[in-house]
Every structure is written in structure tokens, then in C-alpha cells.
Write a protein that binds this ligand. Sequence first.
Ligand SMILES: [Zn+2]
Length: 559
Amino acid sequence: MIAAAEETHLPDTRSHSRMAWLRRWRPTVSTELLALLTSVFFTAACNYELWHSLVADVHAHARLLVAVFVFVTALQAFLLGLVLSRWTAKPLLTVLFATTALAAYYVGTYKVYLDPDMIRNVLETDPGEAGELIVPGLVPPLLGLAVLPIAVLWRLRLRRRPLLRAAWVRLAFLAGMLALAAAGALSAFQDLSALARNHREVRYLVTPANYLASLSRVLLATPPGPAKPLQAIGEDARGTPRASGARPRLLVFVLGETVRAQNWGLDGYLRQTTPQLAAMKDVINFPDVESCGTSTQVSVPCLFSPYGRHDYDAARIRSHQSLLHVLQRAGVQVLWRDNQSGCKRVCDGLEFESVANATDPALCSGKRCYDEILLSGLRARLKPDGRDRIVVLHQLGNHGPAYYQRHPPAFRRFTPTCDTEQLGNCSRQQIVNSYDNAVLYTDHVVASAIDLLRNEPGYDSALIYVSDHGESLGENGLFLHGVPQAIAPSQQTRVPMAMWFSPGFASQSGLDLACMRRAADEAASHDNLFPTILGLFQVRTALYDPKLDLLRRCERAQS
Ligand SMILES: [Zn+2]
């Protein structure tokens, strides 16, 4: 009895003394040393993807790796030296350790490049999207890269120095770090400048510099306060009067999400992921379509703008009105129905309806709704009143990484599936299966929308489906999307597109469907949508470029 008591007592004392030692452990360091140690920690511990990419993709040799390490570490320490003081160091570094751990996890897991577009995506993510990215796999990196260094940080005492001496020490430190960065850069100057020329994207892997620089660029470009009104475009836009007795036109534009051409049945994918559309012989498929960008944030504003990718200027696109404003001006009634994170200002001031938080128990789980919610009650909203209409249905589509949540259970046809957001826990095949099941469901949603239009006698109707960008499913170690356009793999930039026209719509808009079916194989891109849709409604404006109108190809071919 006594022995047992002693046995349990012993380890207790030991852990007690260990605790006491920890409580006493309060080393004193200078702020400069803290800046340097923090920088070494970031470069060494938070940049797995940078080092991996330099070795595997760039085939960097040892000297270049050392040069990058010294250059990055010294430069970071220099920047930290500019902002850290005895008063700011602990709160600033606490925030920095926490955000850097998150950044390191997402860069390392999905190989995302934290450029300004990606940061804009992050800032405009809705709570549902964010929730899907918070996964159990985050816990170990958060413990190792955030909790541990923060705990150590708060045990440190920062050395006090008389003001003048402190100023001299700091100046010497800053000069030293700059000199070290320069020495690092010069030690492998040719290789480093080749790296900067040929692999510019690598800089968006350097954590935390990537998100800090991108964040400040985004914040500088968006002044605080209410958003400025968009500048008008197409003020000359006029509609063409309909023939007397002709029915009003209705175009349903299904804006897809994250569906790539490679997995689209109609584009020749070995798996039939689009059985319902394939069975409709009057659907025209465009197998060779390039997206404007690799993220919703880039593609959606771009594909509704007259500038597009051929005349790309993100600031100009974001500050000007869209195709929808031009249509409205020409007398076409606009409605944007959204099952996602909004219209990215494309529908500013126009009729907007979010169905993302609907409560239909058959289609909504409390967090998210399946895309058929976009069709629910649609008919009632579109009572013919004599006006032409365009309705944009903004899908949740194949939004990852929770592909398995993007379709009702009946569409779980390809198995085994990946039933978690943590793609790292699944095999490639499981991920592809879940992704393909979600494509099957998009096929069903689009086909259902066409059926709805077929049975709508009040309109001559048409439908266009196009995805905003593609997705990487593990090819070259990449997942999700958002790689800068210039280096993006085709999985992220090739997207499906399909169109359907009722006979009434085709004859009213002067379309030769048989000819269009032949012309559909030609290369197309998001840039074609702006003029094509203007052409469908016969809107006259100087912004209309007939050369880019996909449906005028037939006329060109015949003339
Ligand atoms: Zn998207």
C-alpha cells in the first residue's frame, strides 16, 4: 500500500520539478536576435513547398539553395528589424506565427501560390467555403508552427538598452542583414536571376513574404470605405425590336464552378460523366474552350467584361460595368441567382437573389444547398411579361475540396469515393471518383434546366453552360486551382461549354444550328461570351465585336 503510494508519488515530483524549471526558464534575448531567429524559423520550417519546388521542379543545385536560404532569411530579418521593438515584438510575432502556420499548411498541402488573386479569393471567401478548409489535418502544423513558437516567444525577456545604444545596435543590425542578403544574392547571382526570370511564380511560395506582399498589394488597390460605383460601358447599347407576334426571349446562363474539360463526358472523357446532356441530340458542345483565369475571382468578372483575356487588365475589369449592365440598358431584364459567394460586382445594382441559404430540406443541409436549388421556384420568377430576359444561375458546381458534398447520394455512382475534405487521406482514384460524381450532378442540373425551358411556352428560350475554371486533382502534385494563369496547367484552364437553343430562339436570332454544330469544334474561350451573348439578343453597340461572336462563324464560313 505504502509502496504503491510512493511509486505514484515519484513521477509526480519529477514532473513538478520539470514544471518549476519551465516556469523559471525566461531567457533574455535582444529584439535583433529574436528577429533573426524568427526569420530562420520561417525559412526553414514554414517553406516546405518552396524547397520542394526548387529541388523537384527547378532542379536547383546546393549553391543556389544556400543562396536562396541566406537571401530570404536575411531580407526577412531586415524587414522584421524595421517593425519589431520591445513593445511590438510579442503581439506582432504572435499574429505572424499564427497566420504563417496557416499559410504554410495550405501552400504545402495544395501547392497554392499566394499571389494577389489568391489573397483576394481568401478575403472574399464565404463562411461555408472557409468551413470546408478547416480540417483536422490542420492541428499538427498549427501546434508545431504556431502554438510552440508562440509559447516560447512569451517566455522570452527582451533586452533593454539605453535609447542611443539601442538605435545604434538596430542600425548595425539592419545594415548587417542587408549586406548578408546582398552577399547571398551575389554568391549565385546568375542562377538567382535566371530563377527570377524563368520561375517568377516561385516567389509566391516564399512564406510569409508571399501573403504579406500580396495582401498589401490588394489593400493598396482597394481604398477603404464604400466601393466606388462602376464606370459605365456600352452606353450606346440598343435592342433590336422583335418581329410582331414573336415571343420574348429567355437565355439561361449556367455559370459552372471548377469543372474541367478533361472530366467532361461530352469532351470525350472515357467515363460518361454527362449522360443526360449526351442523350439530348440538340445540345451543342464546345470541346476546346480556354478559361480567362484559374479562380472564380479572376474568371467571373473577366468573362462578363468586354476586355477579357485578350485585353486583360484586372483593375479595369473590376472598375467597369459588365455585359449584364449593357443588356439591361438594351432592354433585357437581368436576374442573377446565386448558390455561391455572390456575383463579384458583375451584377452590381441589378436584380440579385441568393438561394445559398435556402432551407428546402430535400436540397439543403443547413450549411450548403445542392445546385438544383437554383431551379426551385425559378418558373414562378420568370412569368413572361413581354420583356427579353437573361438569368444567370451561379452554381456551387465542383467546388473543392469537399467534392463528395456537391451531389445528392443518388449521384454517388463512381466508387470508392473520398468522403473528406482532407484530400491527402484519399487515393487519386477516390478523389477523381468523387469529382466525377459531382460532374454527373452538374450534368443533371443543366439537363433539368433545359427540360424546364422546353416546357416553358411563354418564351423562345436558350441555355449556355460554361465553367469558370478547371481544377487540379493531383497532377504534378497540384490540387484545387488558382495557379497564376501564365504557368497554369491545362487541367485548370480548359473548361467545358455547351449550348442549347429552342427552335423558336434559333429562328428569331437567325442561327443556323446545323452549321453551328460543325463550327463548335474550333477553339474558343471565355472572351467569346461577351459578343456572343450580345449577338444572341441582337444588341447594337460599338462594344460588339463580330469577329469574336461564336455564333457568327457560320455566317463567316458561308459568305
Ligand atoms: Zn470558381
